[in-house]
Design a protein around this ligand. Structure first.
Ligand code: FES
Length: 130
């Protein structure tokens, strides 16, 4: 018996709060790669000078994920457990995070824009596909 199943899955959207951009991506795409593909500035000054290229070693690709949306990304890795010690619980290393479903993300949470709360409120007020 030949069973052919076609599964249609809605493409996840990453809502980049700082940049005001909704970016479609593939299920399973690396979050760092999504940001770089779209030309978004993932890195602060230190990361621009030099980063590890996505190997989880330089801790310059911080992002924070909106409260309650941590499950939109792959589980936190062992590298992140170590490298993010002492950081807020919703922070990730973009290079270690894989997109599962749509999420709202703030790049460079270590230096948030002055209006971060209003930007986040606006981002949360609009629907995201699952
Ligand atoms: S790019 Fe170096 S830790 Fe993510």
């Amino acid at each position: 018996m030949n069973c052919n199943f076609v599964v249609f899955r809605t493409m996840p959207i990453i809502r980049f709060v700082r940049e005001g951009r909704d970016v479609k991506c593939q299920f399973g795409e690396n979050l760092r790669e999504v940001a770089l593909r779209e030309g978004l500035e993932l890195y602060g000054f230190k990361g621009k000078l030099g980063n590890c290229g996505g190997y989880g070693q330089c801790i310059t690709c911080y992002v924070s994920v909106a409260e309650g949306q941590q499950d939109s990304l792959s589980p936190i890795t062992d590298i992140e457990q170590t490298k993010l010690r002492g950081r807020p619980g919703n922070w990730r290393l973009a290079c270690q995070a894989v997109v599962k479903t749509s999420a709202i993300v703030l790049t460079k949470p270590q230096s948030p824009p002055a209006n971060v709360e209003s930007l986040m409120d606006e981002a949360l007020s609009k629907d995201l596909p699952k």
